[in-house]
Write a protein that binds this ligand. Structure first.
Ligand SMILES: *[C@@H]1O[C@H](CO)[C@@H](O)[C@H](O)[C@H]1NC(C)=O
Ligand SMILES: *[C@@H]1O[C@H](CO)[C@@H](O)[C@H](O)[C@H]1NC(C)=O
Ligand SMILES: *[C@@H]1O[C@H](CO)[C@@H](O)[C@H](O)[C@H]1NC(C)=O
Ligand SMILES: *[C@@H]1O[C@H](CO)[C@@H](O)[C@H](O)[C@H]1NC(C)=O
Ligand SMILES: *[C@@H]1O[C@H](CO)[C@@H](O)[C@H](O)[C@H]1NC(C)=O
Ligand SMILES: *[C@@H]1O[C@H](CO)[C@@H](O)[C@H](O)[C@H]1NC(C)=O
Ligand SMILES: *[C@@H]1O[C@H](CO)[C@@H](O)[C@H](O)[C@H]1NC(C)=O
Length: 667
């Protein structure tokens, strides 16, 4: 690295393209400004990506939140987008709806309310967005479609926004349509109308959280829709837009992007798209799926968050490189700053953007990511070559009088372990409006007049540790539990919530209850059974016991399971060793959730509305089970899967309760 200007001044007199210092780039506001910058954000949800975060002990939980949201500390995020829970599987789990049933309203379920409050506490200016992936079954009136009764869907979504204000004093700024699924023009207009009618004119609509088309053409052709939609939000645009989108005059956002393993290649991906989403696509906001990897690694898209915090049992978390790449922009800009028109690509690849606050502040961010060190999960990245290069910036217009810029530097080093992230270097002198820099490959620089950048730091968290081999939960939470879900359970179909039976004086008055009683309007193919997983995916030999209570009188059925091998969108086809009892007095042992492969079956004498204790033991190729401490079946022989999570669940969308859950992992 070499920051200097001497050579350029000398040669600049004689040669426009300086011989020794490479290429020249003007940064100028005289010709007018570019688009208004709307921020960089993270997405919690879509689905259940923050599930394990809430169960971290202090001070670690607050530290993680500081790395994400605290201004001038870490990522200093400017946008938080959350899922409006719809009781259905939305990638890494289900998130609870605020209205499981038509006559039900509860604005304290799940963790997104809490997360939004924690973000606001740290940054009162943070932009909040809500977007549904799925809807409770009643919204679709039993059909798997949210637009059959668009007025019901609109008032359901608006109630979430009103509840955010009423119960948490949260002002939601934007709301979306239906994540990565069809939109419906009539519904969008009705949503706008309903928002206005409820005094929510300030809440703007993003459409349609999918591809550029068809939303762009439909908005282009429909004046009323143009008035209803504020933002064209697309997913994984590969930094490009389409001409018609520019012609709509709408703000363009990459409203979901990244989704890449958060190692240094992930950091490179993030650096490249944060700059180039504007340079190539004129997108003025970029939102990372996901905010923080707080879900089990073996669920789909493990570690695709800006940082990793999925060990509440140990307290370990990892501040990954995307956090510091985000800081390069967020710590030196605010939403409302303007991009300059003079942004672009460097001659030898890489890109630069520059932003100003119109008070004369200037922030320049450069990136020179190599192809192979900045590939994102999608779309494919066409080949290109980037090389080390000398660049000279010429500050003109308002910026001509700047004499010094603060310098922040990151460099990914894939050969040795000399990666540096968000390092504060000596300020660069700007002489007669110019400064030069030698850019190596895989680097990010910020040059800025903003002086209060800060690399936040906490002492190392506790070391990483596996899930405890001996684990118990009696679900006894006195008073109002802070969260509706029990620690470490990751619901994959259905919703499992703390339940207090006020009329029961006995030992089962505090339980975990599966509460979804109708198939939701789904986002993926949820199972026909409900299931929540927990524990260590590597576990193979273990004993699980749980008290269970079927509420569905004739049709009830519940299970405990081990070696459960899949979660997420493929939950229907998950396998494992499932021990079921039914309200009709029978039991079954199956090798899969669907119950296609039966290993054993018989009579159990079980019925609804009676508590039973199920115990399942699996060792090597043999499984056996007890009912209320008496052997029910023995030595069922099994081969696959060899390992997986522990799970509980029900045989259909039905009410059932669980209590005194215990795991003893034998190996
Ligand atoms: C919030 O925005 C205002 C206006 O731009 C700014 O003065 C203030 O510093 C911001 N607060 C934080 C915490 O960023
Ligand atoms: C940049 O903005 C800050 C306020 O955030 C202001 O104090 C400072 O003078 C500005 N710098 C320049 C170069 O205008
Ligand atoms: C990159 O450089 C290599 C080696 O010089 C060359 O073979 C290749 O065609 C270049 N690729 C592009 C996209 O320019
Ligand atoms: C940048 O310029 C310096 C001289 O100031 C020169 O030594 C160096 O080789 C140049 N780097 C590149 C990549 O051209
Ligand atoms: C870099 O560090 C990681 C973990 O600390 C290690 O696994 C890897 O082998 C190291 N690579 C080199 C090239 O030293
Ligand atoms: C609550 O407890 C009472 C008394 O034990 C029992 O009759 C009732 O079924 C329980 N309700 C639920 C939903 O478990
Ligand atoms: C719940 O049951 C426990 C005994 O297991 C009892 O001490 C407690 O008072 C009961 N709570 C209620 C609300 O009835």
């Amino acid at each position: 690295m070499n920051i200097g200007n001497q050579c350029c001044l000398f040669w600049g007199i004689f040669l426009h393209i300086s011989v020794c210092l490479g290429e020249d780039y003007d940064l100028d506001d005289k010709t007018g400004l570019g688009r208004s910058f709307d921020g960089i954000g993270g997405l919690s949800g879509g689905g259940a990506t923050s599930r394990l975060l809430v169960n971290y002990a202090e001070p670690y939980r607050s530290q993680i939140l500081d790395y994400l949201f605290r201004p001038q500390f870490g990522a200093s995020l400017q946008i938080l987008k959350v899922e409006i829970g719809g009781d259905a599987q939305t990638t890494d789990g289900t998130e609870p709806s605020h209205m499981h049933y038509e006559d039900d309203e509860n604005y304290f379920r799940g963790y997104e309310w809490w997360l939004m409050r924690e973000a606001k506490k740290r940054n009162p200016n943070i932009t909040l967005i809500g977007l549904p992936w799925a809807f409770p079954g009643w919204v679709g009136n039993g059909g798997n479609w949210p637009y059959s009764f668009p007025d019901i869907t609109a008032s359901y979504v608006v109630s979430w926004i009103l509840g955010a204000k009423q119960y948490h004093d949260l002002d939601i700024d934007y709301v979306g349509i239906w994540n990565e699924r069809s939109f419906n023009s009539k519904y969008i207009k009705l949503l706008r109308y309903t928002l206005d009618k409820r005094g929510l004119e300030r809440v703007k609509i993003i459409a349609s959280d999918n591809l550029w088309e068809p939303i762009t053409s439909v908005v282009f052709a429909d004046k009323d829709l143009q008035d209803a939609v504020e933002i064209l939000g697309v997913h994984y645009p590969g930094t490009n837009t389409v001409p018609k989108a520019l012609k709509t005059g709408k703000k363009l956002w990459s409203s979901e992007d990244y989704s890449t393993f958060n190692d240094n290649v992930g950091g490179g991906c993030w650096a490249r798209i944060l700059n180039q989403n504007y340079v190539n696509g004129k997108m003025t906001a970029t939102i990372s799926w996901n905010l923080v990897s707080s879900y089990y690694d073996d669920l789909p898209f493990g570690r695709d968050g800006l940082m990793t915090a999925n060990e509440p049992w140990s307290g370990n978390y990892v501040v990954e490189s995307p956090i510091w790449i985000t800081a390069h922009t967020t710590q030196f800009t605010e939403p409302g700053w303007m991009y300059l028109q003079t942004v672009g690509h460097f001659t030898h690849s890489g890109s630069y953007v520059a932003l100003t606050d119109e008070r004369g502040n200037l922030t320049i961010i450069t990136e020179t990511m190599t192809h192979d060190h900045s590939v994102c999960i999608r779309p494919p990245l066409l080949p290109y070559n980037v090389t080390a290069q000398n660049v000279t910036f010429h500050l003109k217009g308002t910026f001509a009088s700047i004499s010094e810029l603060q310098v922040w530097h990151s460099k990914f080093d894939f050969k040795s372990n000399k990666t540096v992230l968000f390092q504060n270097l000596r300020p660069v002198k700007v002489i007669e409006g110019s400064f030069s820099i030698e850019l190596d490959v895989d680097e990010v620089y910020t040059f800025t007049t903003v002086r209060n950048g800060h690399r936040g730091n906490y002492p190392d968290p506790p070391p990483s540790a596996p899930f405890p081999k001996s684990y118990k939960d009696d679900f006894d939470v006195s008073g109002n539990p802070y969260f509706s879900e029990a620690p470490n359970f990751a619901d994959q179909t259905g919703v499992f919530e703390y339940f207090t039976n006020l009329t029961d004086p006995g030992p089962h008055n505090s339980t975990l209850r599966q509460v979804v009683t109708q198939r939701p309007v789904t986002w993926v193919a949820d199972a026909d059974q409900t299931i929540s997983v927990i524990g260590d995916y590597k576990w193979h030999d273990l004993m699980v016991s749980c008290d269970i209570y079927m509420e569905a009188v004739h049709t009830g059925g519940v299970f405990v399971a081990v070696r459960v091998d899949k979660g997420g969108g493929v939950i229907r086809s998950t396998r494992g060793i499932f021990f079921w009892v039914y309200a009709d007095g029978t039991y079954k042992v199956t090798n899969d959730l669907r119950g296609m492969t039966v290993l054993a079956e018989g009579l159990s004498g079980t019925r609804a509305r009676v508590w039973y204790t199920l115990t399942l033991t699996v060792k090597g190729n043999y499984a056996s089970a007890d009912l209320n401490g008496y052997p029910l079946w023995k030595n069922a022989v099994l081969w696959e899967p060899r390992h997986g999570w522990v799970a509980i669940g029900t045989s259909s969308f039905e009410l059932a309760q669980f209590d005194n859950f215990a795991i003893e992992a034998l190996a």
